[in-house]
Design a protein around this ligand. Structure first.
Ligand code: PLP
Length: 400
């Protein structure tokens, strides 16, 4: 019989009842070191006092009012984002896929209003992940996410990621804009090259296209900058944000220049929950913390120390891991055995992480993680690798 909760996730038989910082206590009584952070969401860790207080205080006042009225919390959060980014204006929504949908709508609308109604296509890249709505499984382009859900939404083209030679061939008279993750997350922590990002901006300028970055996973400090595109000195026209921005409270956002944003006139787009007082209070608590003196520097320092520790893990893993990828606190270990086996082995060491494409183990701890906690995670990775190797030796012995 089908469970009451739909079976669309492959869940580990594990439930958590209490968190503190980078630690989670499960109902089985064990304490886990959380280097998954709810898939790069819990940016301030679990039960962060400021975030908890902001949510509790706002919930006790008023959680939700509609966008028929002013929402001061949203105005304040938007102002803070505008002050600290390329953007002139911000739209709030509830998730990453929804932010990407709005980003695509805004790119199309801006071309339409500028006298180019024929420009409707969005150029995306192989290996991308943009979410699970009908539109975004098209943008993602991975047949595994589309099977049985067709017909897929038209208007999304794909080109090889990090390839500057094939980029221009992929641009047609129907192209409206380009959407790319500065570091591909789901497909295995693959950073865009500086050449590629620069070429994207140049192509957009040359052909009159809008450049959109999907910063749903890379944004809000994850890479050691407020947004990952800052690492490349490439200015976008529009970006989508979600995951880390609410620190665990569902919140998404689209940040755009005035040129793109001004076409989203009253009535053109909307969402009931988007940017409500509770969500924006959570977002404000997170952003004020991330922008507080030393926070991003902490991410950069701990992030590069963690990168070096992971290089050492590769050497001491007895061949279980063969390389490290990523930047800041968005890291990946490429696995030699199937990543599913590695996931099981690290769970035995009370360590949480996330699988990704390309047989990569994704390590995206809360941004408040310390070097000591990174060292502890690395010790657990090495123990997990040793256990995997012992298992393999045993199976080989039994076979011979
Ligand atoms: C997770 C993710 C999404 C989808 O976000 P949801 O909140 O699950 O809809 C989109 N783009 C990227 C880069 C992501 O990592």
């Amino acid at each position: 019989m089908i469970p009451a909760l739909m079976p669309n996730y492959k869940r580990a038989d594990l439930a958590f009842e209490q968190g503190e910082g980078v630690w989670l206590t499960a109902t089985n009584g064990r304490r886990y070191l959380d280097f998954g952070a709810g898939i790069a969401v819990s940016s301030l860790g679990h039960a962060h006092p400021k975030l908890v207080k902001a949510i509790a205080d706002q919930a006790a006042k008023v959680m939700h009012v509609s966008n028929l009225y002013r929402v001061p919390q949203a105005e304040k959060l938007a102002q803070l984002l505008v002050q600290n980014t390329f953007a002139d204006s911000v739209l709030f929504c509830n998730s990453g896929a929804e932010a990407n949908e709005a980003m695509v709508k805004m790119i199309r609308r801006a071309q339409f209003e500028n006298g180019h109604p024929e420009r409707t296509h969005i150029l995306c890249f192989n290996g991308a992940f943009h979410g699970r709505t009908l539109g975004m499984i098209s943008a993602t382009g991975n047949p595994a996410y589309q099977k049985g859900f067709g017909p897929v939404v038209a208007g999304f083209d794909h080109a090889p990621f990090n390839n500057t030679n094939t980029l221009r061939e992929a641009i047609t008279p129907e192209t409206a804009g380009i959407v790319v993750e500065p570091v591909q997350g789901e497909s295995g922590i693959k950073p865009a090259t500086r050449e590629f990002m620069t070429a994207l901006r140049a192509a957009c300028d040359e052909y009159g296209l809008y450049l959109g970055f999907d910063e749903v996973q890379t944004g809000v400090g994850r890479t050691g900058r407020l947004f990952a595109h800052e690492l490349y000195d490439v200015k976008p026209d529009i970006i989508s944000v979600a995951k880390g921005i609410g620190g665990g409270f569902p919140l998404g956002a689209v940040l755009a220049t005035e040129e793109v944003a001004k076409h989203l006139t009253p009535g053109s787009h909307g969402t009931t929950y988007g940017g409500n007082p509770l969500a924006c209070s959570a977002g404000l608590a997170v952003l004020e913390e991330v922008l507080s003196p030393g926070f991003l520097e902490h991410v950069r320092t701990v992030g590069s120390a963690f990168g070096a520790m992971l290089e050492d893990v590769v050497k001491r893993s007895g061949g279980v891991f063969d390389s490290v990828r990523g930047v800041g606190l968005m890291r990946g270990l490429h696995c030699v055995p199937p990543v599913a086996n590695v996931m099981a082995a690290i769970l035995d060491q009370d360590l949480l992480a996330v699988g990704a494409g390309d047989n990569v183990l994704r390590l995206v701890p809360p941004l408040i993680v310390t070097e000591a906690e990174c060292r502890e995670a690395c010790e657990r990775l090495i123990r997990a690798a040793a256990a995997l190797n012992a298992q393999t030796t045993k199976t080989q012995e039994n076979a011979s």
